[in-house]
Design a protein around this ligand. Structure first.
Ligand code: ZN
Length: 498
């Protein structure tokens, strides 16, 4: 085989994988947006066939030969091409390591688990979910050995979500977060709470939709390449660097819910739209990892979106959309209201300050579960104990406790820490950005173009060309969690006059 011919085969292989992914994404998007209610069965069949074909494609012997051939000639390949081969080989060897029967059994289990979890959550019945969770934990411990038997099981799982991240790294990070932020949260508890009642007046969906359009404009999201839809749980879906979809969910008695989910998903979208289009149709397209992706969404949502200059810049417009509700409210009051911090039970509704502690509870539990020092039956007790210790709240039932998140039912152990890491990475990026440009002057004018440009240069454009750790280093320098905790301490000390 000639090198040229092999490269053509590589392109063809990647385009096929792209097509499977695009088909899967379209069917998924249809299912959660406009499809009629009782129609999930045909989509389930179509999606499992696509998943099977995509799996076959990467594990086929011909694919192995092609990738080996190219890897042997890696010195002759350009950087992007070499990286594509490296990533495809990595993915292939990972899939090969799990025996097919176990892979199938696990797929059936997660499918079942999702149903059981929904029922268990509705009725707040942990005992119903317990047997399935026990199996999921056992599978993940086994899989961890397949992924990398030289690592401790939970380290091997963490590495699947955020390559290079270990328990040692996270213990240091969460240790700092806990030590520095728990006293701030307790101090706020002694102060008079901020009034945010005007955020919970009646906000008609139609006006909120127009407001979302405006926010997309502020974020510089070109509607010819990015649309916004409505789903129960907001998300971002990318087809290519020129086609990204975001969704939101409107609640009529809360303005901030949708406002900040649009800005959050908009941050994810900015990332995807800024990836070098040269890498479309290849495995280099798209964001590099969960943690880095969350660093971008949470950058826009919190560091920019909940900053005083941003609120001052957009507030006259916000008042224009909702004159009755906000006519007598000041920008200052609005800024304070969207930053109200209060220990609570539900992670997805948590404020910027307490969010990390919710993640920390999950991290501690996963670490013990996968490490074998906590039995599944003891999860609710441990969960409630940690919520009391970190956040000072009493968990009334498992629905508002350990059954609230879908992640474990989907077989994801080691995923949660990425949310917290992303927040901390973002804070460090902001500090570096401030050293290079007048961030707040731009934000005060409602102009986010240079902010996006900076993130594009340091993070977005690379797609998966670099490892997550290299991108973090590129944009943050040496990771230092105190930058994040200092940022939060300073912000909240001012807000609550601590
Ligand atoms: Zn996100």
């Amino acid at each position: 085989m000639e090198l040229k011919q092999a490269l053509e085969q590589l392109d063809a292989l990647e385009r096929k994988r792209f097509a499977f992914g695009a088909a899967d994404g379209s069917i998924y998007l249809d299912g959660v947006t406009v499809a009629p209610r009782d129609t999930s069965a045909w989509r389930g069949v179509a999606m499992s066939v696509l998943a099977g074909e995509s799996h076959k494609l990467i594990t086929a012997p011909e694919t192995g030969e092609l990738l080996d051939f190219l890897w042997e000639r890696k010195e002759e390949l350009d950087g992007k091409c070499r990286r594509r081969v490296e990533l495809l080989r990595r993915e292939r060897s990972q899939l090969e390591r799990i025996p097919t029967e176990e892979y199938m059994e696990y797929a059936a289990l997660t499918n079942e688990a999702s149903d059981v979890w929904h029922r268990a959550k509705e009725t707040s019945d942990f005992e119903l979910f317990r047997p399935v969770l026990e199996k999921l934990v056992a599978f993940n411990i086994k899989f961890a050995g397949y992924y990398d038997s030289s690592k401790k099981p939970y380290d091997a799982l963490l590495n699947e979500y955020e390559r290079g991240v270990t328990m040692e790294y996270l213990d240091r990070f969460f240790g700092t977060v806990r030590e520095r932020l728990v006293p701030v949260i307790h101090a706020i508890g002694e102060k008079e709470q901020i009034d945010d009642s005007f955020l919970h007046l009646h906000y008609p969906v139609e006006a909120q939709r127009k407001f979302s359009d405006y926010l997309m404009e502020v974020l510089g999201l070109d509607r010819a390449h990015c649309t916004i839809g409505e789903t129960e749980h907001p998300f971002t879906l990318n087809f290519s660097s020129g086609d990204v979809r975001i969704t939101t969910n409107y609640t009529e008695d809360s303005l901030a819910d949708s406002m900040y989910s649009v800005i959050h998903e908009g941050g994810h979208a900015r990332y995807e739209l800024n990836v070098d289009p040269d890498m479309d149709y290849t495995c280099l397209a798209g964001g590099v990892s969960m943690g880095v992706h969350e660093s971008q969404s949470r950058f826009y949502e919190n560091l920019i979106g909940r900053s005083e200059p941003f609120i001052r810049a957009i507030f006259p417009k916000v008042q224009g959309f909702f004159p009755q509700q906000l006519g007598s409210v000041t920008a200052e009051q609005f800024y304070r209201a969207v930053n109200r911090a209060e220990p609570s039970l539900i992670r997805t509704e948590a404020d910027e300050l307490t969010y990390c502690l919710h993640v920390m509870v999950r991290y501690e539990i996963e670490k013990q579960l996968i490490g074998g020092t906590l039995a599944v039956k003891d999860v609710p007790g441990e969960w409630n104990r940690l919520y009391k210790e970190y956040l000072g709240v009493d968990v009334p039932d498992d629905k508002h406790g350990c059954l609230q998140d879908s992640h474990w039912s989907g077989g994801s152990f080691g995923y949660f820490p990425s949310y917290a890491l992303g927040s901390a990475y973002g804070a460090q990026m902001l500090r570096n950005m401030e050293a290079e440009m007048d961030v707040w002057g731009d934000v005060a004018r409602g102009d986010l173009s240079r902010v996006s440009g900076w993130l594009k240069e340091k993070v977005h454009k690379y797609g998966r060309l670099l490892e997550p750790g290299e991108i973090v280093k590129n944009a943050c320098g040496e990771f230092d969690p105190t930058v994040y905790t200092d940022y939060l301490t300073e912000k909240y000390s001012k807000l609550y006059h601590l």
